[in-house]
Design a protein around this ligand. Structure first.
Ligand code: SAH
Length: 268
């Protein structure tokens, strides 16, 4: 009787152990129900504090160190978030003083060149400025960041024009962006107090000269494609241009009908 009782409890013990093992194995093998991921917050995925530090260092070490003096230009370069204008794969290089690819064979300009061209344009409050070659929209954002200009920008590649317009709008920059061949300028908005051309034609586009106001300044690289060009500043005085040669630069070539064929102007 005593032994049978013992055998009974041993049996129960074995059954319980077996049941526990079965439950543990089942838990391990059964598919886990994924914990729902909270929906995206409105927070930006960027480490803004880190990018601000990198931007301040870049402005100090390349832009101020290389001689840019205009305080408004320096403040704009310290403020415009260049990391929002580069593609994700180049994010780590956003604050290196280099041009970077933005697709379609084009580039976002080197920060120092953007600062230099902006300073050279001698911009004053209330002036109207035209950029040729919107690209990423970075140069246009720097112009808008000055806070006292009317900014127009033309881009020939439709996808770049569209993306840049959306980006500038999302970041709160007031820039009129248009897709088209910048060789012909922007007749409806002319005349302009200043023009900044960020792709290089091999000659000075006559329509741009026509649309420059008396006293207006044009900053433009001119030279053969695929090689170094010369950066020029032209100032319109008494209807004619005074030219200042500023040294060698390297820009992407001007594309489009105008510069290639020197075609007659399209009728408006
Ligand atoms: N300012 C730009 C730099 C872009 S590179 C930035 O800050 O990111 C030069 C740009 O000029 C390119 O996007 C190119 O597509 C554009 N471009 C070239 N020829 C052009 C033309 N004829 N009219 C308008 N844009 C032109």
């Amino acid at each position: 009787m005593h032994t049978r009782k013992r055998q009974f409890w041993i049996g129960i013990g074995l059954l319980v152990t077996f049941a526990v093992v079965v439950v543990l194995v089942w838990q391990r093998l059964s598919p886990r129900v994924a914990t729902p991921i909270p929906t995206q917050t409105t927070e930006t995925p960027f480490d803004e504090a880190k990018f601000t530090r990198l931007r301040m260092t870049m402005v100090q070490q390349t832009i101020i160190a290389r001689g840019i003096k205009n305080p408004d230009v320096i403040a704009a370069m310290q403020t415009v978030p260049r990391h929002r204008f580069v593609t994700e794969e180049y994010l780590d290089f956003a604050y290196n003083d280099h041009p970077l690819p933005i697709g379609y064979g084009q580039t976002i300009s080197q920060p120092y060149i953007v600062a230099w061209m902006t300073e050279l344009a001698d911009l004053k409050p209330g002036e109207r400025v035209l950029e040729i070659g919107t690209g990423s929209g970075y140069q246009a954002a720097v112009l808008a960041q000055l806070g006292y200009l009317e900014v127009y920008s033309i881009e020939i590649v439709p996808q770049l024009a569209e993306t840049a317009a959306e980006r500038l709008n999302a970041l709160g920059y007031d820039v009129q962006v248009r897709q088209g061949d910048g060789y012909y300028g922007w007749q409806e908005a002319a005349p302009f107090d200043a023009m900044i051309v960020t792709a290089a034609p091999d000659h000075l586009p006559a329509p741009l000269v026509d649309q420059l106001k008396e006293g207006g300044r044009m900053i433009i690289p001119i030279g053969p494609p695929g090689s170094y060009q010369t950066l020029w500043k032209f100032v319109k005085q008494n209807g004619s241009l005074t030219a200042y040669e500023l040294g060698g630069v390297r820009f992407v070539p001007f594309i489009g009908e105008g510069v290639q064929s020197d075609a007659p102007l399209p009728t408006p």
